[in-house]
Design a protein around this ligand. Structure first.
Ligand SMILES: [Zn+2]
Ligand SMILES: [Zn+2]
Length: 159
């Protein structure tokens, strides 16, 4: 629970009260990871029946503004929330939808370059990188060869 504790401390530092709603939302995200707002609501509700989803949305927006949680699309519908204390990223395959976690080290040079060349402080805590995984890529190439093969046969019979 180190991540949650750290986030709660930061919340207190910037002058926000540690309401039960805020604590529960943070600990739900810490435990679940990559939860949608609806899922956060479901978990918080188990502990604290009085919460409504509007409060969950408001709390998530506040935590996001304070950069204590990150919001990311992983290509499968609603935005997902994560604590900012453990920056990482994801490869997301457009073919099969598989996601692969990526270490933040990879993005450190990009962050640095943007800062040095453009004076831009990039918020790169939790990025989805969309593309085609090696498995889907190989399948795509096989399918292309098949199509190419069929095309040549047809060309042959037409002659
Ligand atoms: Zn993630
Ligand atoms: Zn794939």
């Amino acid at each position: 629970m180190a991540g949650t504790k750290q986030a709660l401390e930061s919340l207190k530092e910037v002058g926000y009260r540690l309401t039960p709603q805020r604590m529960l939302v943070l600990s739900a995200i810490q435990e679940g990871g990559h939860l949608s707002a609806e899922e956060v609501y479901g978990r918080v509700k188990e502990e604290y029946a009085f919460i409504d989803i509007a409060t969950v949305y408001r709390t998530l927006a506040l935590l996001k503004r304070l950069r204590l949680v990150t919001e990311t699309e992983l290509g499968d519908g609603p935005a997902r929330y994560e604590l900012s204390t453990e920056p990482h990223h994801h490869l997301v395959c457009r073919g099969c939808g598989e996601t692969t976690p990526l270490n933040d080290d990879l993005f450190a040079p990009l962050r640095l370059t943007l800062r040095e060349r453009l004076g831009f402080e990039a918020e790169l805590e939790h990025l989805p990188v969309f593309g085609i995984c090696s498995r889907c890529g190989a399948q795509g190439r096989r399918a292309e060869r098949r199509r190419a093969g069929v095309a040549t046969e047809r060309a042959g019979t037409a002659q």
